[in-house]
Design a protein around this ligand. Structure first.
Ligand code: NAD
Length: 474
């Protein structure tokens, strides 16, 4: 398999190209690295038809067989891990360590998701009657993914959707289609034709997928704005939807921590993947007693980080993934400067090739400033001072988002009490970004609808069916 060229879609188990293509840009150099196919409606129709044709046989297989397919996917990804990592860095920008984390996690997910089973709930088992609720696949699932973790987030959908017995049409972000296209290619000889179709194209292809009458469910990860549009257009045939959307996660640091020991972990909580992470810490609330010391430690640690091309071995933080997002982050920085907020570090973006933004740390800006209220999705972190628990909980919850959050304290009981009051889908205590294939991942409020991962995530790819049997011969 050649990872440097031949980026084709996978439809009905075959390679499919299109006359029209879209350039894919390396965000570190701004050079076009490849051209990806751009599917039109007719190509999408073909992909949906292939998925529909494959559905009866795939859904009829015993789940144990589909579990084996998931393990085989994991093995194939492992075989090509190094090449996928390199391609991921090239198209996404993330440094080698980040690409390794993403691929390693994805492979673990394949094997762990393969242990999940579809439960059957026996509601009544009496002399007269057997009442059981089981879970059946929906049909064709449309999966639409973003550009920050293109491999992991695609597999978070593919694995449970296929395990539940659905077939799929998957569309990666037009900014990072290459790794997903290659994964489609490497699975052609593993999965039966039509079970997993990968199509590439721009946002309008996403819209066509959400409108398509042949698709029964949309699983989407991306921005809240797009999520709302999807909810609207998926209503045509009442598609089921799972939406994993934006976040503005708060971390709450209590006064009983050791600022020096915490700085490194809190830095990565906020700046992992150059802060292009839905559950990155985007508002860091620090108790007044340790604010100055922790702020200073954070700045000192941040100064040791090298921002650069992810392909270079000594890079800690890569570029912003695309020009659109780069401009958004620059606009947020300009607003913070114009409003007179104080930067403890960074704030300016140097001219030159590549979408590089140096780490920016803002000193206690007003709670209603854009840099606090908006999801930056770039390396700009506001530090916010508090001295009262009720006040900080109210401020953390004062957001349209509710994706994740974290609490840092040496008093586990007190931390737990705060965690329970946070309005979000995941709260970490004294660590962050510890995900599990067996724990739900979900957004509250405008961070999403439905859950991913765990058996609950698997059930999102099914319809419930209750069978009532009267135990009297007819
Ligand atoms: P985006 O919403 O711009 O795009 C995501 C995908 O949707 C792309 O494939 C895009 O082509 C497609 N799309 C765009 N318009 C569409 C439409 N009208 N109908 C259907 N599909 C359409 O998001 P992005 O910029 O790629 O990703 C960044 C956002 O994703 C951030 O807000 C981030 O927080 C969020 N995110 C959330 C999670 C999570 O699990 N909650 C994970 C990662 C990223």
């Amino acid at each position: 398999m050649n990872f440097d060229r031949d980026y084709t879609m996978t439809i009905g188990g075959r390679a499919v190209s299109t006359a029209e293509t879209e350039p894919v840009v390396n965000p570190a150099t701004e050079e076009v690295i490849a051209y990806a196919p751009a599917a039109n409606r007719a190509v999408l129709d073909e992909a949906v038809a292939a998925a529909r044709e494959a559905f009866p046989a795939w859904s009829a297989r015993p789940i144990a067989e589909r579990q084996s397919f998931l393990r085989a996917i994991g093995e194939r990804l492992k075989l090509h891990k190094k090449d996928l990592m390199r391609l991921l860095t090239l198209e996404q920008g993330k440094p080698r360590a980040g690409a390794d984390w993403e691929l390693t996690g994805t492979i673990i997910w394949c094997h762990e998701t393969a242990t999940h089973d579809l439960p059957v709930h026996v509601v009544e088992d009496s002399v007269d009657r057997l009442v059981e609720t089981r879970h059946v696949p929906i049909g064709v699932v449309g999966a639409i993914t973003p550009w920050n973790y293109p491999v992991l987030l695609a597999l978070w959908k593919i694995l449970p959707a296929l395990l539940a017995g659905n077939t799929m049409v998957v569309k990666p972000s037009p900014y990072t289609p290459l790794t997903t296209l290659k994964i489609g290619e490497m699975l052609r000889d593993i999965l039966p034709a039509g079970v997993l179709n990968i199509v590439s194209g721009g946002d309008k292809l996403g819209k066509w997928i959400t409108e398509h009458a042949g698709i029964g469910k949309i699983s989407f990860t991306g921005s809240t704005q797009t999520g709302k549009r999807i909810m609207e257009s998926a209503s045509g045939n009442l598609k089921r939807i799972t939406l994993e959307l934006g976040g503005n996660d708060a971390a709450i640091v209590m006064p009983d921590v050791d600022p020096k020991a915490m700085a490194r972990e809190l830095f990565w909580a906020a700046f992992q993947n150059s802060a292009q992470l839905c559950v990155a810490t985007k508002r860091l609330y620090i108790h007044a007693d340790v604010y100055d010391e922790l702020a200073a430690e954070l700045v000192e640690f941040a100064k040791t980080m090298k921002v650069g091309d992810g392909a270079q071995h000594d890079t800690d933080l890569g570029p912003i993934q695309n020009r659109m997002q780069f401009e958004k982050v620059k606009d947020l920085l300009a607003d913070a400067r114009n409003c007179g907020h104080k930067f403890l570090l960074g704030g300016d973006v140097p001219e030159g090739k590549g979408y590089f933004v140096p780490v920016a740390i803002v000193d206690n800006p007003p709670e209603d400033s854009r840099v606090v209220v908006e999801e930056a999705f770039g390396p700009v972190l506001p530090l916010l001072k508090f001295d009262d628990v009720d006040d900080v909980v109210a401020r953390a919850n004062n957001s349209i988002f509710g994706l994740g959050g974290s609490v840092w304290s040496s008093n586990l009981d007190a931390a737990r009490k705060i965690a329970e009051r946070l309005e979000c889908g995941t709260v970490w205590i004294n660590e962050i970004h510890a995900f599990s294939p067996h724990a739900t991942f979900a957004g509250h409020k405008q961070s999403g609808i439905g859950v991913e991962n765990a058996v609950q995530g698997l059930l999102e790819f099914t319809n419930a069916q209750t069978i009532v049997t009267k135990r009297v011969p007819a």
